[in-house]
Design a protein around this ligand. Structure first.
Ligand code: PMP
Length: 373
């Protein structure tokens, strides 16, 4: 099948793979071994990677912590900052990834009060809503920079600036923003999470940016790695790969206009041929060009997913062994269960530009026409 699921994950780019290979078996040292050359080589590679990543964001190298990915970064940010404080108030949104919603649910269990701002039908949240929701004991605002299902962008720089003025901590899950928006000049919040595998880097590596002075506490204890904030031997090949992927972000950003054209073309063709059966869910003016999310009304979701075996896309349902749930994001936008279940997320990226776009469009449109007829 043709891959249309780049928001789920991306392949490791050849440049990233090439940078990683020597660190698997040639330079295999432990960066914590400070007695010999093997260790020094490894720790030099980590230092260099930290510099590359921090210089992309124009921040201090010491403010970048390596983690296993955005899930861990989000957990460390939220629990490492708040779990040991007396409970107060947090502002977030129902559109967040589970890797934010679940740690927040844990904090709620520990006595924290959480306000989930209500997005409009395009998934947008504005600063005014945050101002209104603010309470005297609001300690943190946590909002994603870009939503992974519908691609809507939050104005995190403005939100972070306001939080800064108000003395409220600000965290963002930037997993879907990195490589799709230029964050290099942006005003950053106090804490920012991301993963390598969404930007053509390896899986199992990510980072948390922690602004200096933020009183983060460890949530995993052991060795003194990562300033004592994240114990465990560092995965040098993955770290080198993450840095190479970050270094190549300016290159990724050059493809945005072409990706926008392809996505818009798919969307227009679907609108023309499916009429009222089509509900586009990714409708904000303010969204990344990579994601097209739509529902087909009145069709059985299982039939919908089976009707296009030659395309690999994602759907708006979450399954476990017992049942299938509609996407919590589409539900929060006001979609009913059936519409939320019968949804498809197509997410594009630069390698798609080498695919036969007209064939994909034709196959997509014809398969769906057949389904609704
Ligand atoms: N946050 C967002 C917005 C995501 O899209 C993802 C990946 N689907 C994650 C967090 C989790 O990333 P990882 O699985 O790499 O920890």
């Amino acid at each position: 099948p043709i891959y249309l699921d780049y928001a789920a994950t991306t392949p490791v780019s050849p440049e990233v793979l090439e940078a990683m290979i020597p660190y698997f078996s040639q330079h295999f040292g432990n960066s914590g071994s400070n007695q010999h050359l093997f260790g020094w080589e490894a720790s030099d590679a980590v230092d260099q990677a930290r510099k590359t990543i921090s210089s992309y964001f124009s921040v201090n190298p010491s403010s970048i912590l390596f983690t296993s990915g955005a899930t861990e970064s989000n957990n460390l940010a939220l629990l490492g900052l708040l779990e040991e404080q007396t409970p107060g108030h947090i502002i977030s949104s129902p559109l967040e990834h589970k890797a934010v919603l679940e740690p927040l649910a844990y904090l709620a269990h520990k006595g924290w009060e959480i306000t989930y701002l209500e997005p409009n039908s395009a998934g947008e949240i504005c600063l005014e809503q945050i101002k209104t929701a603010k309470k005297s004991d609001t300690r943190l605002v946590s909002l994603m920079w870009v939503n992974n299902e519908i691609g809507v962008i939050n104005d995190i720089s403005s939100i972070a600036q306001w939080c800064n003025q108000e003395g409220i901590y600000c965290h963002t899950d930037a997993t879907q923003a990195l490589g799709k928006l230029d964050l290099s000049q942006a005003f950053l919040p106090d804490l920012l999470s991301f993963s390598g595998h969404k930007i053509f880097g390896p899986k199992g590596i990510g980072a948390l940016y922690v602004k200096s002075g933020i009183p983060l506490k460890a949530r995993q204890w052991g060795g003194a790695q990562e300033r004592g904030l994240r114990a465990g031997t560092l995965p040098i090949p993955l770290i080198v790969g993450l840095a190479k992927a970050v270094e190549r972000i300016p290159h990724l950003l050059t493809f945005l206009p072409q990706i926008q054209v392809k996505k818009q073309d798919l969307e227009n063709s679907l609108k023309e041929s499916l009429g009222d059966s089509l509900i586009v869910n990714s409708i904000s003016e303010n969204q990344i060009p990579h994601i097209l999310n739509f529902s087909i009304q009145g069709v059985d979701w299982e039939k919908l997913f089976r009707c296009m075996p030659l395309l690999a896309f994602s759907n708006g349902s979450a399954c476990n062994s017992k049942s299938t749930f509609p996407s919590h994001v589409l539900k929060a936008l006001g979609r009913d269960n059936d519409t939320a279940l019968a949804s498809i997320r197509i997410s594009l990226a630069q390698p798609y530009l080498n695919e036969d776009h007209d064939w994909v469009k034709d196959y997509l449109v014809k398969s769906l026409e057949k389904l609704i007829s």
